[in-house]
Every structure is written in structure tokens, then in C-alpha cells.
Ligand binder design. Structure first.
Ligand SMILES: NC(=O)c1ccc[n+]([C@@H]2O[C@H](COP(=O)([O-])OP(=O)(O)OC[C@H]3O[C@@H](n4cnc5c(N)ncnc54)[C@H](O)[C@@H]3O)[C@@H](O)[C@H]2O)c1
Length: 267
């Protein structure tokens, strides 16, 4: 019989997850931790990263928190060194940190362009570069980058966000070709609308509380995009990442993975 527990186990593996303080990154860090990986929960928001690390520890796993601005190469290198320093190597890297960017391309400023491309594209590139040596030293590894369903549909006012995520998808494919000979697999997620702090930015009252009417309207519109009538939850991406991080996906690299409720099926 196939040993399911063994193939999906991450016992003895070391993982770095960026964006681990909130939403999808938090869920990924927790699932990898439960699966046995030692996790560096990295985020700009150190308090949030510490909360995630504590929840992994409370569940019996191993985790530390690391503050990082992923657009800063030095800080990214320090983040990867934290993993090798704490646990002697690196097997899994999840580049999940990301930001929203709203507005028409015609009015885009150079500062906003640099900010968003810096976090999404430089962030993923710098971390992948820093991961090559420690992963190669272990005979390989698995990298999971974060794009978005925005790479499939041109939605007004999401232009820069979509362009930056399309760049991450292409970066992933090029890195998969370059890193393959080192045994390193590189894949990218393109999730559908998922309820997190990120998507709730338009649903808040001036005092920061959720506007129930807007929230209900948003949930209805998210559900209507999926033939299943579902909207995404962070764990929908985390279970996919568990597969991509584990040996079960050893034949998969350079692919765009769309856990999106079928929302981008042309119909
Ligand atoms: N929520 C969705 O519907 C959705 C859909 C597709 C793709 N995504 C992508 O998924 C990723 C996670 O989004 P989420 O919905 O969980 O959002 P979120 O806002 O809940 O989490 C994003 C995290 O990234 C961190 N972060 C932002 N800038 C950073 C930086 N420079 N350095 C380090 N950390 C930084 C934030 O502090 C935050 O903890 C993002 O890349 C987003 O673009 C989200």
C-alpha cells in the first residue's frame, strides 16, 4: 500500500514562509509546521509573525519568527540565514508576502511601480537566489511563489498588481528551468479570491470595523465567480502548498497552480 503519511510528511525539513503573519501565508506556515517542518515565519509585521510561530509551537511544531522586508536583499539574505543557522539547512521556500495596488495604469506613479514590483518581483527573485546554495547542498528543495488569478483576467484598476504577478509567474518558469539540475522545483500559485485582510481592505468602515453590507455584497460576488458557488479560504492554498512542498509532487515543476473554485474557466 502507498504510505500516505510518509509521502506527505515534512519531518526533518526546514521551511521559510514569507507573509506568515496573516492570511494565506499564516495558514501555509501553520500547515507546514503541523506536517513536521521547522518553520521560519517571516513577515514585515513581526508581532504577527511571532503569533504564527507561537501557534505552530502550541500545536507541537517548531517555529521561529523573523522580521523581513522582502524587497530588501540584505534582509532577505538574513532571513534565509536564519533558517540555516537555526536548523542547518533549507528545503522549502514559500514566497507569499504581497500587497494590493489599486488604480488605473494611466495614473500610475513611478513610486508605486517601484513599491509593488519591489515586493512581488524583487522579493521572490532575491529569496530564490538566496535559497539555491542551501537547497543544492541538501540535494534539492521546493520553492512555491505567489501569483494571483489576476494574471488570467484583465480587471480595471488592478493593472500594476496583475503585471507584477504575471512577472512572478514567468520568473517561476525560468527559475524552474535553471534550478532543475540542482533538484530544486519551483512552482507558483494563482489563487482565486480568498477572504483575508488583503481582500477586506475595501470592506472596512472608517473606524476599521467591517461594514456588514459591503462584506455580504463582496462574499456574494466572490461566490458568483465560482461554478461551485464557493469563495476561497487560506487553507485552500495551504493544502496545495503541502502537496507542492512534499515528495508527492516530485515530478512537478514550473507550473501555475490554480486553486480558484473554477473562477477563471472561460465560459
Ligand atoms: N486574498 C486573495 O484573494 C489573494 C488572491 C490571489 C493572490 N493573493 C496573494 O496572496 C498573498 C498573501 O495575501 P493574503 O490575502 O494572505 O494577504 P494578507 O494581507 O492577509 O497577508 C499579506 C502579508 O504579507 C506581508 N507583507 C506585505 N509586504 C511585505 C514586505 N515588504 N515584506 C514582508 N512581508 C510583507 C503583510 O505584512 C501580511 O502579513 C499575496 O501575495 C497576495 O497578492 C491573495
Amino acid at each position: 500500500m502507498h504510505d500516505l503519511e510518509k509521502i506527505f510528511s515534512l519531518d526533518g525539513r526546514v521551511a521559510v514562509v514569507t507573509g506568515a503573519a496573516s492570511g494565506i501565508g499564516q495558514s501555509i506556515a501553520e500547515v507546514l509546521g503541523v506536517a513536521g517542518a521547522s518553520v521560519v515565519a517571516a513577515d514585515f509585521d513581526l508581532d504577527g509573525a511571532e503569533t504564527t510561530a507561537a501557534s505552530i509551537q502550541a500545536a507541537g511544531g517548531k517555529a521561529v519568527a523573523q522580521q523581513v522586508d522582502v524587497s530588501n536583499r540584505e534582509q532577505v539574505n538574513t532571513m534565509i540565514e536564519r533558517a540555516t543557522g537555526e536548523w542547518g539547512g533549507l528545503d522549502i521556500l514559500c514566497n507569499i508576502a504581497g500587497v494590493a495596488s489599486d488604480g488605473p495604469l494611466a495614473e500610475l506613479t513611478e513610486d508605486e511601480y517601484e513599491r509593488v514590483m519591489g515586493i512581488h518581483v524583487k522579493g521572490a527573485l532575491f529569496a530564490c537566489q538566496a535559497a539555491v546554495a542551501p537547497m543544492s547542498a541538501r540535494g534539492g528543495g521546493s520553492i512555491i511563489n505567489m501569483a494571483s488569478g489576476a494574471i488570467d483576467l484583465a480587471v480595471p484598476n488592478y493593472g500594476l498588481y496583475a503585471v507584477s504577478k504575471a512577472a512572478v509567474a514567468q520568473l517561476t518558469q525560468n527559475l524552474a528551468v535553471e534550478f532543475g539540475p540542482h533538484g530544486i522545483r519551483v512552482n507558483v500559485l494563482a489563487p482565486g479570491a480568498t477572504l483575508t485582510n488583503f481582500t477586506q481592505r475595501h470592506l472596512k468602515n472608517p473606524d476599521g470595523s467591517i461594514n456588514q453590507e459591503k462584506f455580504d455584497g463582496f462574499v456574494t460576488s466572490m461566490k458568483s465567480m465560482s461554478p461551485l458557488g464557493l469563495y476561497g479560504e487560506p487553507q485552500d492554498q495551504a493544502w496545495l502548498v503541502l502537496y507542492l512542498a512534499s515528495d508527492a509532487s516530485r515530478f512537478c515543476t514550473g507550473q501555475i497552480w490554480r486553486a480558484n473554485g473554477g473562477s477563471t474557466i472561460p465560459h
